[in-house]
Design a protein. Structure first.
Lengths: 319, 258
């Protein structure tokens, strides 16, 4: 989407916790109108990236490189202190409604509190009107306003979280595993909602997930994170139909097929070395079946192959 | 012989029927999948099968025993024949207990005659059964990856050599690779352990990978019970067709030749 405004841009971005690199060399942008899926297994560094993007890294964390956010005038500006952007520029959709929402407050009270924070001068009736409009915008009705979180289904709770994230009318929506607790139908509906926020409202949507299969089809672009580094980024169709990084291919082969024939064993993806140790090598040098001596000696440079970028010395190439 | 049988089991919550006249049998050593949309009654069925909830009508049997006809103590003892694995691996392990102690805990309740040494041996054997090295017994739960924690949960579920293990969404909190490792382990266990398994999941492909027979629940009723691939191919009943249509895996996995 080269013509669309860039809303969020990371460049050479990295984070150290206690002088240990957790993330390194992150280059990623999110444009207006697009959905980007950031896919990473547990331990890949996706929580650290999520925290950094929200300005919620631990106080002792050190960052490197740049994070730029869109300005009201359309330009991009580097931001070190992200706190003031939270809610207004970047809206966050947490993972689990039952823990993200307060059990003893109604949906109306949650919405009112967030709206009051964004518009301190507003009156309660004004906010009540806005709350109803927000619920409508996520496909819910005012019927849910008096309900407590326990009386919401998983899908409804997740939509309430989206409504809360939208209260500050943010340019960017950042969703953390938004579908991991949902059944297939609710998953489908929630992804459609996030996609509409990109398509219709021209927001940039970044979905962070461990589940390539559950989120990828709703995304325009996919970025695969492993060992604190990105390994492959590109258009979803290109990446999924012909992955170039061995890890992306392995993540896909790890999903069982719905119908026969089925492999006797499912592929288990190679594990990357910790980020701290791989400044001079590929993180998969010790675990990748395709590794050659160069993989242990030089970090792979990014290259463009068939419509995506991949950081691998021996990409899979055309099938 | 059936290790679990339900006959016309119904559970009411207020005026709502969570389960309505559900009848099913699970044979010794068999692996059965259970699918259904949210609210279809899957979790209620799991609780009833495990004897954690008493049905309002109908009969549950573990082998020949009706758990609700037994005394509380006898029911507790009979529960040793069943194991359970839940969705959140981290939440199912006590963070202040070493893994070996967590796995061996059921032995303290159900096999009190064992010496400490014998318990250790059983824990080591259970770890080996789930493909983990014996040193894991001395680790803390926070040092485990999600896939490893699910293996530990399986080891604990298997340690009393139960006739049946029920797994409720065992892979849905895991990334693809960790889920694959758990499914590979399930494949081995279903072929080799002699234990019967019921796997409850909204991941239809995961169910089909381990279970040749599949049950479909819809609004508290058992609406299908048959060969998994045949059911998926027929895309009936409607609840299953909706689950199939909502599948988000639009790409063809590399391992498939479709």
């Amino acid at each position: 989407m080269p013509t669309e405004r860039v809303l969020l841009q990371a460049e050479g971005f990295g984070v150290d916790y206690d002088s240990t690199p957790i993330l390194a060399d992150i280059a990623l942008s999110v444009h207006a109108g697009e959905v980007v899926a950031l896919i990473g297994a547990s331990g890949s560094g996706k929580s650290a990236l999520l925290r950094a993007l929200l300005g919620l890294s631990p106080a002792t964390a050190q960052t490197r490189g740049l994070l730029r956010f869109a300005q009201a005038d359309g330009g991009l500006r580097e931001r070190r202190d992200i706190t003031p952007l939270r809610g207004a520029t970047i809206g966050f959709v947490p993972q689990d409604p039952q823990t993200a929402l307060s059990a003893h407050r109604t949906v109306a009270q949650h919405l009112d509190e967030v709206l009051a924070t964004h518009a301190p001068g507003s009156t309660r009736p004004m906010r009540a009107e806005q709350a109803a409009a927000l619920l409508t915008s996520v496909g819910l009705t005012g019927e849910l306003l008096p309900r407590y979180p326990h009386a919401l289904s998983g899908g409804q709770g997740q939509r309430v979280l989206v409504a809360l994230a939208l209260a500050g009318n943010p340019a960017i929506l950042l969703a953390d595993e938004p579908t991991s607790a949902l059944d297939p139908r609710a998953t489908h509906e929630l992804l459609a909602l996030l996609q509409a926020q990109a398509r219709v409202q021209r927001r940039g949507v970044l979905i962070v997930s461990h589940d390539l299969s559950a989120t990828a089809h709703a995304a325009d672009r996919v970025a695969v994170l492993a060992g604190g580094r990105l390994v492959e980024i590109g258009a979803t169709a290109a990446v999924l139909s012909q992955p170039q990084h061995p890890l992306t291919a392995a993540l896909m082969a790890a999903c069982p097929p719905l119908t026969p024939p089925r492999p006797a064993r499912l592929a288990e993806a190679p594990r990357p070395a910790p980020c701290a140790r791989v400044a001079r090598a590929c993180a998969f040098a010790a675990t990748c079946g395709r590794a050659q001596s160069v993989c242990a000696e030089t970090p792979p440079a990014w290259r463009t192959i068939a419509g995506r970028e991949v950081a691998c010395h021996w990409p899979l190439g055309a099938a | 012989m059936s290790v679990l049988s339900l006959a016309a089991v119904s559970v009411q919550r207020g005026s709502r029927a969570l389960l309505a006249e559900v009848s099913l049998e699970v044979a010794a050593g068999e692996t059965v999948g259970l699918v259904g949309e949210s609210g279809a009654g899957k979790s209620t069925l799991v609780r009833v099968a495990l004897g954690l909830e008493r049905p309002h009508s109908g009969t549950v049997r573990w082998g020949i025993d009706d758990p609700w006809a037994l005394s509380t103590a006898a029911r507790r003892a009979a529960r040793a024949r069943l194991g359970a694995v839940f969705q959140q691996p981290a939440a199912s392990l006590n963070p202040r207990r070493l893994i070996g102690a967590s796995i061996g805990e059921p032995l303290l309740a159900h096999a009190r005659a064992l010496s400490a040494r014998e318990r250790q041996d059983r824990v080591a054997a259970a770890l080996a059964q789930v493909g983990l090295p014996g040193q894991f017994a001395a680790r803390w739960p926070d040092a485990l990856s999600g896939g490893e924690a699910q293996r530990v949960a399986l080891a604990r579920a298997l340690i009393l050599k139960p006739a049946l293990v029920i797994l409720d969404e065992p892979t849905s909190a895991l990334d693809a690779s960790a889920a694959a490792s758990v499914l590979n382990l399930m494949g081995e266990l279903t072929r080799e352990s002699g234990t019967a398994f019921v796997i409850v999941s909204h991941d239809l492909a995961a169910v089909a990978y381990v279970a040749r027979r599949c049950l479909v629940l819809e609004a508290g009723r058992l609406v299908a019970d048959g060969e998994t691939d045949a059911l998926y191919a027929s895309a009936t009943p409607p609840a299953l067709s909706r689950l199939l249509a909502a599948r988000t895996e639009r790409f063809v996995p590399l391992s498939a030749t479709r």
